[in-house]
Design a protein around this ligand. Sequence first.
Ligand code: AMP
Ligand code: MG
Length: 487
Amino acid sequence: MSAAAASTVTFESRFATELAEMGIPWKAEEVPNPRLLVLNEPLAAELGFDPGFLRSPEGLRLLIGNDVPAGAAPVAQAYSGHQFGGFSPRLGDGRALLLGEISDAGGRLRDIHLKGSGRTPFARGGDGFAVVGPMLREYIVSEAMHALGIPTTRSLAVVATDRPVQRETVLPGAVLTRVAGSHLRVGSFQYARVAGDDGLLRRLADHAIARHYPDAAEADNPYLALFDAVIGAQAALLARWMLVGFIHGVMNTDNMAISGETIDYGPCAFMDAFDPATVYSSIDENGRYAYANQPLIAEWNLTRLAEALLPLFDDDEERAVERAQESLGEFRRQYSSAWLAGMKAKLGLHGGVADDVASHLIDDLLGLLQEGRVDYTSFFRRLGSAARGNGGPARSMFTEPDAFGAWTERWRTLNPDADRMDRVNPAYVPRNHLVEEALAAGTNGDLEPLGRLLEAVTDPYNERPGVERYKEAAPESFGPYRTFCGT
Ligand code: AMP
Ligand code: MG
C-alpha cells in the first residue's frame, strides 16, 4: 500500500529540462543506514505524500535522493553570487541537489531539494556534507517562520546518515529535505547574465514568471513586471523579518529567492535584546548583515538583479537603466509602508492613527528598547497585557521605567487593541538558547527537546500553559551568542 501511495506523487524535471545549461545532472551519495530524525507530517500531507511511506525504508531513500522517483532528474543547480559584496561567477549547489518538482494539494509547483547530499562539481574545497545540528536548525527556524506567516522555504525531513563528518570536531552527518516555491535566486540571474547568453537569460526569466508571477506575462514589458514583482515580494518579506526580529545572517545574492521566500538558513537567529547593530554570525565581521542593515542589503541585492536583467528591460541600455532605477525606487516606499503598517499592528493601533503620530511613537519606543537592551519578542507580547491595563510585566523590563511609563501614557490615549496585538506579536519564537539546547541534544541522539521546541514555535501566537519556558528570555549566563555558517 505504501508503495502505491508513493507513486501518486508525480515528479517533474522542469528546471532540469527547460534550463539545462543551469544544472548538472547528478546523484546523491549513497547512504547505507539512513535514520529519520524528524518528519513534517502536515507538510508531507500537503505535498500528497503518505507519511507512513516516507517513514519506511523506501521512503527514506526517496527523502535523501538515493531512490530517484520516476520523472525526476536531479541536478546540482548553477548560480553566481555576491558573497559579502565580492562576486563569485560560479558558485552553485556544492552540497545540494534539486531532486525535481511536484504539484502540491493546491496545484502549486514545489521544488523537492536535498541539502547535504554529497559533493557535486560545484563543491570546490567542500566535502559536500551537512551535519545534524545545522540541518535541525534550518528545520526549526524555517517551520517557525512559516507558522509566523512569513514566506519561507519549508523543511520536510531531516535524515541522519550515520556518516562522521569532519568539522572543528567530528559530527554526525544529515540530509535536509527542503521544499520551496523554487530555488531561483538573484544569483541564478547573475549566472545567466555572465554566461553572456541573452536567450538563456530570457528563458530563465520566462520560467520565473510562469512559476511565480504569471500576471507579469500580460504586462507591456513582462521582464520589468517580473522585476517589479520581485521588488514587491522582497519589500514585504524584509518588513516581516524586521518586525519579528529575524536576522538572516548571510544575505548574499545567492541566498535571496526570486519567489520572495526566506531561503538558506545558515547563521540566522532571532534577536534577543533590541539593538539595531545586532550581528550573530561569526563570519560577518563588519556587520554587513546586521539587523538594521537588512533592508539596505535587500535593495543592494535587487540592484544586482536589475543589472542582470538589463538586456531584457530595453534594447537601449540607457533607457534600460532608467527603467530599472524607476522600479528600484519602489523598494524603499513599499518596505517603509509595510513596516509602518506592521509596527502599527504590533502596537495595536487602529488604522485611523496618523502615520506621523505613529512614527514618532515607534521611534521613541525603539529608542527606549535599545537603551534598556529589552528583549524584543517578550516586550511586544507583554505590551499586549499593558493594553489590557496590566502594565507591570512590560514596565519591569526597563531599568529606568519612568521614561517607559511616560511613553505608555501617550500610547494608551490611542486606545490600542490588545487582541489585535496578540495576533501579530508572537509569544514563541526559536530563541537562541532554546535552539542550541535542541541542537545539542539532537546531535547526541535525544530528539525530545527538538520536539518540544517545535511544538511551541509552530503555534506561535497562541499562548498556552505548559510551555512557559519557551517564551522567557535567555538566562543571563547565555551569550554572547555566535552562529556559524558553511557548516
Ligand atoms: P551557503 O553559505 O550555504 O549559502 O553556501 C555557499 C556556497 O558554498 C554554496 O555554493 C554551497 O553549495 C557551498 N557549500 C557550503 N558548504 C559546503 C560543503 N560542505 N561542501 C560543498 N559546498 C558547500
Ligand atoms: Mg546558499
